[in-house]
Design a protein around this ligand. Structure first.
Ligand SMILES: Nc1ncnc2c1ncn2[C@@H]1O[C@H](COP(=O)(O)OP(=O)(O)OP(=O)(O)O)[C@@H](O)[C@H]1O
Ligand SMILES: [Mg+2]
Length: 499
């Protein structure tokens, strides 16, 4: 049999006496796209950080093309042709594409820095080889997130690479950008690169990957050929039990004979939000469906005062509110959990507790001081409710896994106890088990009388949550459906595509 490109054997790792990886095996072939899957905190990123020399394993061996290697730092990883695109973007937004790509090496050349011209020329060559249509002098922050991702890949491939690791590359990409990325991955695969692909999106795994390895709670579970397995089996391995009922819809009861909690009248903002009329009743969950670019995020951003309104009234609990910015919105009793929360909202060097109670400091004060007991209690409750995986509430947030950091953003907004909760793609980046937990929490909140507006591109999730679904197209609400009138996912998909 052919030598695997990469073999990681019996890898173990603990942090402060807590085992995070327990004798894990992992192997990747040449020219293969290999999915690494598992719940939030399963150890995926840690395993990859060991491969890239960010951490060193306590035990275990790594072989590249059959030869044992010692990877003690990122330089060792580079020498072994390993590159990684991290879960958090590493680009500096105010610099150009070329500057970003050569940033690390630039600062390292002892014989003076690469000059700008040289950087630009090299970047131009690299980008054209990769077939990416951006210019080396483009400032990164002016590019769409999809191109950030391409720039990250170009940066990774600017050094000789055989193994490329992508940690949740699509979680901030649109469907279209994802398609471009997949096209790109297939090209790299054809060129013989080995790609390790981490994602929580099940559909992607079957679209792009050849094999899948699953970890659970730091342990190796199995490796399967994607062709020979199916979604249910993979989910079972990830969560360790059956999860079929989790996405089931339960009809909820609430009254529409009472005044709405939120009323939006004739809201327009730019070209992307046109004449929106919307009512949310206490206890109601309204799902917003639509294609990418249909104006869903823009609508909620405008309601919340992030984008300016050209016209329209926002009425909360019967009172007209002048919402010009997010502070006004919060005062009016609204909360928005935005789509791009991974780049905002958390102070990574602070503890889990500090992050959770940040928006509610005034509620947990005793005189001038913080009521630590009360704060601990609230933080602990939310950690439990959202099943955030952390040793305790005092752990530094950046040491939590990516998905668990996302849950903290949710916890933070829930702590504030808003009257209207707006969620934009609430389960991006969280594992399949956590998705169902978040769905349960949202339902519970609605049961307690809050009104909830949810944008989601994942139709099973939207169908599990919504009492009513509105469909947007070109900035307008073009259709409204009662959940019980929708018989299947296909039917909803059809309704969305029908414009
Ligand atoms: N430097 C560290 N110190 C302490 N604990 C850590 C450290 N790095 C990771 N951990 C812990 O190791 C566990 C595994 O984290 P890891 O980031 O590998 O998970 P993951 O599988 O990538 O999850 P996600 O899907 O949420 O990104 C988590 O419980 C995390 O809190
Ligand atoms: Mg991770």
């Amino acid at each position: 049999m052919e030598q695997p490109m990469l073999l990681m054997k019996n890898i173990s790792k603990s942090f402060n006496g807590i085992t995070v990886l327990d004798s894990v095996n992992f192997s990747v072939n040449k020219g293969e796209v290999h999915a690494l899957m598992g719940g939030n905190g399963a150890g995926k990123s840690t395993l990859m950080k060991i491969l890239t020399g960010v951490y060193t394993a306590d035990e275990g061996e790594i072989f590249i093309e059959g030869k044992e290697v010692s990877i003690k730092n990122p330089d060792d990883a580079r020498k072994n042709y390993i590159s990684m695109i991290f879960q958090e973007f590493s680009l500096i937004p105010t610099l150009t594409v070329a500057q970003n790509i050569f940033l690390t090496r630039e600062s390292k050349t002892s014989l003076g820095l690469l000059n700008d011209k040289e950087c630009t020329a090299k970047t131009e060559q690299l980008l054209s080889e990769l077939g990416v249509d951006i210019h080396p002098d483009d400032i990164v922050e002016h590019l769409g997130v999809g191109y950030w991702q391409m720039t990250e890949i170009a940066k990774a491939l600017s050094q000789e690479t055989k193994i490329l690791i992508m940690d949740e590359p699509t979680s901030s990409l649109t469907n279209k950008e994802t398609e471009v990325l997949f096209f790109f991955i297939n090209q790299l695969k054809a060129k013989g690169y080995s790609i390790i692909y981490i994602s929580h999106r099940m559909d992607e795994i079957f679209q792009i990957c050849d094999r899948v390895t699953i970890l659970r709670d730091g342990k190796y579970v199995t490796t399967e050929n994607c062709k020979d397995t199916n979604l249910e089996t993979v989910i079972q391995h990830i969560v360790g039990s059956d999860l079929n009922k989790a996405f089931e819809w339960k009809e909820r009861s609430y009254s529409t004979d009472v005044p709405p909690v939120l009323e939006v009248k004739n809201l327009s903002s730019g070209t992307r939000v046109q004449n929106i009329d919307l009512k949310l009743f206490p206890g109601e969950i309204v799902g917003v469906a639509g294609l990418m670019g249909s104006g869903r995020s823009e609508m909620v951003r405008s309601i919340f005062g992030i984008d300016p309104k050209d016209s329209g009234d926002i009425i909360v609990d019967g009172k007209k509110r002048n919402i010009q910015n997010a502070t006004d919105a919060v005062k009016a009793g609204l909360a928005l959990i935005p789509e791009d929360r991974r780049m905002q909202g958390l102070v990574l060097d602070h503890s889990v507790k500090e992050n959770i109670i940040l928006p509610i400091l005034s509620k947990v004060k005793k005189g001038l001081f913080l009521d630590e007991n009360k704060a601990d209690k609230m933080a602990n409750e939310l950690v439990q409710k959202l099943n955030i995986k952390t040793d305790d509430i005092f752990k530094t947030t950046k040491l939590l896994s990516g998905g668990n950091q996302q849950k903290i953003v949710l916890a933070k907004w829930l702590a504030n106890d808003p009257a209207v909760l707006i969620l934009d793609e609430p389960t991006i980046g969280v594992d399949i088990g956590a998705k169902t937990e978040i769905i349960d929490v949202v339902r519970e909140l609605a049961d307690s009388g809050k009104a909830i507006l949810v944008i989601s591109s994942e139709l099973p999730e939207l169908l599990a949550l919504s009492d009513r679904v509105i469909i947007m197209h070109e900035g307008r609400i073009v259709k409204e459906l009662k959940r019980r009138e929708i018989n299947s996912e296909e039917e909803l998909e059809h309704a969305i595509q029908g414009y």
